[in-house]
Design a protein around this ligand. Sequence first.
Ligand code: BES
Ligand code: ZN
Length: 623
Amino acid sequence: MRKALFFFLAISGLTACNSAETPATTENQLPMDVHSSYQRSEARVTHLSLQLNADFEQQILRGVATWTLESNAADTLWLDTRGLVIVSVTDADGNALEHQLEAEDKVLGSPLWISGIRDVSHVKISYRTTPGAEAIQWLTPEGRAPFMFTQSQAILARTWIPCPDSPGWRFTYDAEVEVPKELMALMSAENPTERSADGVYRFVMRQHIPSYLMALAVGDVYFSKLGERSGVYAESDILEAAAYEFAEVEDMIEAAEDLYGPYVWERYDILVLPASFPFGGMENPRLTFATPTIITGDRSLTSLVAHELAHSWSGNLVTNATWNDFWINEGFTVYFEHRIMEAVYGRDYSEMLSYLSLVDVREEVEDFMKTRPDDTRLKLDLAGRNPDDGVSRIAYDKGYFFLRLLEETTGRERFDDFLRGYFKAHSFGVMTTEKFLGYLREHLLSEEEWNAVGVNEWVYERGLPANIPDVVSKRFGEVFSSIKHEVMDENRCPKNTENWSTHEWLYFLGQLGQLRDAGNDQINADLLAMLDSCFSISKSTNSEILAAWWLLVVPAKYTQAYPAMEDFLVRVGRRKFLTPTYRALKETGQIEEACRIYSKARPNYHFVSRQTMDELLENCQGI
Ligand code: BES
Ligand code: ZN
């Protein structure tokens, strides 16, 4: 009977109908994951029931995590934790269970084992987080409402929930969260749109998700409807701007469904976080977490929404088995993102994004080849390292160009059919690099095509293969010629810039940087002052443009722009912007300036950004 039921669930999982429960995983074996102690567990869990209380004063979560065991035949359960205080562990009736936290590993935290669970159906863990819990940022700004949010990917879920913290294991959850009455709580689950009277919120996530997609945010946010199944949450002062910025999300969802099959998560909402959010976006299921720095007033940075939405298939539906397979999440998602943008805004637009991807990945590869060449391979080896080390342009953009090459080799129609079949066949499952390659060989590429692409070289070797697709962007071609003629030859500001989108500006600024790196001394503080007087770039409200601008400003020591740069670095905690700016300061003999700004800005950064900047600016201690 059990078997038959499992079979039924497995099949319904494959077709992934809307609100139906889905199987824990379509695999019966957990892939080898060096970043999780769940690996050692005999027992398997299928559902989490979470009770939490958010204490803003002490900056801790207190709660109970009750795990449902898949069968009660095993004797020991191993879960991941880090910095958690375990208060008690019992079965459903309150009988104490033997348990212990193992010694802390610097990267992985302290595994928790619970034994004597034969014949036990539920394991109930009372615990609390500690104020430094790495996933969580507590913000209590003066004169503003408090805010807290979590960021679980890659292995930080264990800092706020004792859990099987591996992308290779999925579970459903429900939660009851108590927060200060004036605030609203939201999770990666079915969400409220109104405040509750008593500050208690209940959540259900019926689809099986891996731990890195567990998310919670608490803040003074309000909801605004976008489409039938989409909306945005934000603090009241930016809600309207956010609703305008994301108005086209329904078009994106439809474009995505036309490409690769139904959206199975029912709703797609976006939560706009405070500017200290360390990422651009995070694909928490049903509720993308997004940085406010993409709200520009002109909808020019919404490819980020396309990206997080695309993860609803690549990542959340078919999940990288381990962090070594990270490109399976991000490479597919960048490919899908560009396809959504092409469908909604046209090929010229998406080719600009692709061109910028190409520039990014070339730079990253060149840089990595000097210091960490093995990290330029798609399939990573992160054993003994923090999986955060694998977050680079390689997974994203080398992954993207590999998939684009597959498309160009087989033709779009065959490739799209293949991808539709891939998402359907592996829904709510996990994907290793090897399994994908097997599927690719079986369902798409002939031996001849396989060899022509050079699949093994792309996946397992360093650098960028010679057959990387070429991107020709007409729009950037025009920008290039104005750099050459107007800026370089005639030393004046380019004229026809009214129609430039954000992406043309990014290309323009990036090209000037390349010319400087190639030794062109025309790219100096005088030139920047001239450009700034024509275009007020230092006063731009577009964060991407600002971040690209600082990379010219810093090496040229164009100090008039430093106050604006300092404001930016203090206000924004998005790591992608911080790392290159601080690095530029450091590498151009301005470490004192970097340290001075960092000491002021650091309190506002989330742990993820702090960790990276602490490492980059380690010398600041002595300064
Ligand atoms: N899932 C990632 C963010 C992430 C990756 C968090 C690894 C922790 C570890 C998210 O989908 C992402 O890729 N965000 C990008 C935006 C995107 C448009 C490339 C970002 O934050 O910049
Ligand atoms: Zn992503």
